[in-house]
Design a protein around this ligand. Structure first.
Ligand SMILES: [Fe+2]
Length: 210
């Protein structure tokens, strides 16, 4: 349940954003399928050799795909506080990007923090919300936030939440009195993963390093 103050904040934000986020007029009936769209043109169950103008440079410079299986041997759950863990998926030091699954194991809070970059998240299991907003994310829900926003993550679900995140730019952590405590950037997350792997004799998975 959002507080009155958080609802007021959310309402004010929505009003300010209303100019470009207002809903289009309601349709009286379902619109017809768009005409002229030809994709996908093939459903053949085979690899098709397509023409490639820049095959040579692509073969020399393209970065191979990355794959991290769902197995813990590919990336373990690394404790994050007393009631949470992080499964690291990717580190991109060129763009200060880090991707992971945050697992809060039961009802709990991840304290107030400010993002200095873009946040993209999808709820995989359980439910989660921010004290600052008036929605609740359930499995399949999509969250997108721009740099500069501060929030306090809460799950009221007895089974907690699993959240996939693709985050660009550092997070700044604050204590419950609003005092700055620490910054977490791609180097912080990489160190979090590597320290745990070293202490537990787990080989580093090079697939995580983009
Ligand atoms: Fe956050």
């Amino acid at each position: 349940m959002a507080t009155t103050a958080s609802k007021a904040t959310s309402a004010a934000r929505k009003a300010a954003a209303g100019a470009h986020k207002s809903a289009p007029p309601a349709q009286k009936s379902a619109p017809p399928a768009p005409k002229g769209i030809k994709a996908p043109p093939s459903t053949a169950y085979k690899i098709v050799d397509i023409p490639e103008t820049y095959r040579d440079v692509i073969q020399r410079y393209a970065v191979p795909e990355t794959f991290v299986s769902a197995e813990e041997k590919d990336s373990p759950w690394v404790p994050f506080g007393t009631n949470a863990a992080i499964r690291h998926l990717a580190f991109d030091v060129r763009h200060n990007i880090f991707s992971n699954i945050l697992w809060i194991k039961s009802k709990g809070v991840v304290g107030t923090h400010k993002h200095r970059g873009t946040v993209v998240m999808i709820c995989l299991e359980g439910s989660v919300r921010y004290l600052e907003y008036d929605w609740v994310a359930t499995p399949g829900a999509f969250i997108y936030e721009t740099p500069g926003l501060t929030h306090t993550l809460v799950t009221d679900d007895p089974k907690g939440v699993k959240l996939f995140g693709w985050l660009q730019g550092p997070l700044e952590w604050y204590d419950d009195k609003g005092n700055f405590v620490e910054t977490s950037d791609v180097w912080w997350f990489m160190n979090h993963y590597e320290t745990y792997c070293r202490e537990h004799g787990i080989p580093l998975n090079k697939q995580l390093y983009l």
